[in-house]
Write a protein that binds this ligand. Structure first.
Ligand SMILES: Nc1nc2c(ncn2[C@@H]2O[C@H](COP(=O)(O)OP(=O)(O)OP(=O)(O)O)[C@@H](O)[C@H]2O)c(=O)[nH]1
Ligand SMILES: [Mg+2]
Length: 455
């Protein structure tokens, strides 16, 4: 999503790298280019103006920092300002002192309120909350049904309402009562959307807000609508008072301007981003990590967290112990790592998070074949245990048999053995390093990574 911006900013820094000193001229040139890059990324012009002024001011004051090269100085300043523009630090969902915490989810039609309500319920359940969902969209016939289906998917109870509960207010009050009675500590209220902001909608939302006294009023904005999303967020905030934003459809090809402007324009933090249609595609928003990613510094922390959430910790520890003990990295280990990597999701997404690699142009156009991983698993599964234990015995005849058994070609089997050979070699050199990382980084371990061909 920030690909274009990221590429342009990195070019600015690269140009500066050639300069010996940071002068007024080369700094102005860099600022001009940064300004254009931000505007082209659809960042609100006022936000751009403020950003450039801040960077200029800082750069003038930083002449003392002689230890850093000019380009490093500018990168540091831009990184700091970008992080600030995105909100500084992560803004987590707040909880009420007295449960249940009520979260009112508002926004325009089709922005992703209902989907986000279910996603949020899922995330918060994982974090130990006991949420309850309710839809107070009494206008669109299938609206409440839609939330009921999603609620089932995320295994969270929904308040269906009784026949005499017909208005949004009645439904919301009923839901809160039930939440209290059933010991739920969180009530997520999905509201109706409108195509445009109108007085009736605002009136309804204000009444809900007054009656429920929510801890959070989250505005759901569709990133694909660019500056319109920022404008409506601002208007909702002025008329209703929001406490945070969920930016959806960040998996699309929007230029990212909304994400970069919303905090500065509304003064309210971006709390979560929607990264897909499925119920597991909601991520907390980390300003520092996103800024680092935009500047091509990778996002290793998110990658490690992601790896930790999907990779079986016990398996990873077993593997690490094995390697540290100096045991050989077998074909079976290789296959198991492939299976774990597959759980991480599309490879392109993973590669983007790695410093340096994410910015490589060749990689951006390269299509990573998920089928490749499936093929590897199939090939290893077609080997005999003896072959898996000792790849040296896999001769031509065996290769042909394995290819046939796995529905692949001898060429595929050859490729796999070559990749395995490389991974094994890397594993050997890595086994010392992984141990270090395990000790130094405490809970941060890098299971799986070294086995990926090409890493
Ligand atoms: N790609 C993608 N699609 C999303 C995301 N969030 C929501 N959607 C899709 O956007 C469409 C609208 O989502 P809803 O959750 O129904 O939106 P809503 O705001 O509740 O809509 P109304 O109730 O009609 O106002 C659906 O097709 C969702 O699957 C996201 O993060 N990424
Ligand atoms: Mg809806």
């Amino acid at each position: 999503m920030f690909d274009n911006l990221s590429e342009k900013l990195q070019r600015v820094f690269k140009n500066l790298r050639g300069e010996g000193r940071l002068t007024a001229e080369n700094m102005e040139q860099a600022l001009r280019e940064i300004r254009v890059a931000l505007l082209e990324a659809d960042v609100h012009f006022r936000v751009v103006k403020q950003f450039i002024e801040q960077v200029r001011l800082k750069a003038q004051g930083e002449e003392v920092l002689t230890a850093l090269s000019p380009s490093q100085q500018v990168v540091k300043i831009v990184l700091d300002e970008l992080t600030k523009m995105l909100g500084g630090h992560q803004s987590k969902l707040r909880f009420a002192n007295e449960p249940p915490t009520v979260v009112l989810i508002v926004g325009l039609q089709g922005s992703g309120k209902t989907t986000s309500a279910a996603k949020l319920a899922r995330v918060l359940t994982k974090e130990g909350s006991r949420p309850q969902l309710v839809s107070v969209d009494v206008y669109r016939p299938a609206a409440r049904q839609q939330l009921a289906i999603l609620a089932k998917q995320v295994n969270v109870p929904i308040f269906e309402g009784t026949l005499d509960q017909k208005t949004p207010l009645e439904l919301a009050r009923g839901a809160r009562k039930e939440a209290v009675q059933t010991g739920r500590d969180l009530l997520l209220v999905d509201t109706a959307g409108r195509q445009h902001i109108d007085d009736r909608l605002m009136q309804e939302l204000s009444e809900l807000k007054e009656a429920l006294n929510p801890t959070e009023v989250l505005f759901v904005a569709d990133a694909m609508t660019g500056q319109d999303a920022v404008k409506s967020a601002d208007e909702f905030h002025k008329r209703l008072g929001i406490t945070g934003v969920i930016l959806t459809k960040m998996d699309g090809d929007a230029r990212g301007g909304a994400a970069l402007s919303i905090r500065t324009v509304t003064g309210q933090p971006l709390k979560f981003v929607g990264m897909g249609e499925k119920v597991d595609a909601l991520e907390p928003f980390h300003p520092d990590r996103v800024a680092q990613r935009i500047l091509g510094m990778g996002d290793v922390v998110s990658l490690i967290e992601k790896a930790q959430s999907v990779i079986d910790q016990k398996d990873a520890e077993k593997m690490q112990e094995k390697l540290l003990a100096g045991d050989d990295f077998s074909l079976e280990d290789f296959r198991d790592q492939m299976k774990q990597i597959r759980k991480l999701g599309p490879l392109e997404g993973i590669l983007k998070m790695l410093p340096g690699i994410g910015g490589l142009k060749e990689l951006k156009d390269a299509k990573f074949d998920e089928k490749e991983l499936t093929r590897i698993v199939a090939i290893v599964d077609s080997m005999t245990p003896k072959e898996r234990g000792n790849h040296m015995i896999i001769n031509g005849a065996r290769r042909r048999r394995i290819a046939k058994g796995s529905g692949t070609s001898v060429q595929d089997v050859n490729n796999l053995l070559k990749q395995y050979g490389q991974a094994r070699k890397m594993m050997k050199s890595f086994s010392g390093a992984t141990g270090l990382l395990g000790k130094k980084g405490g809970k941060f371990k890098f299971p799986g990574m070294p086995g990926i061909p090409g890493f």
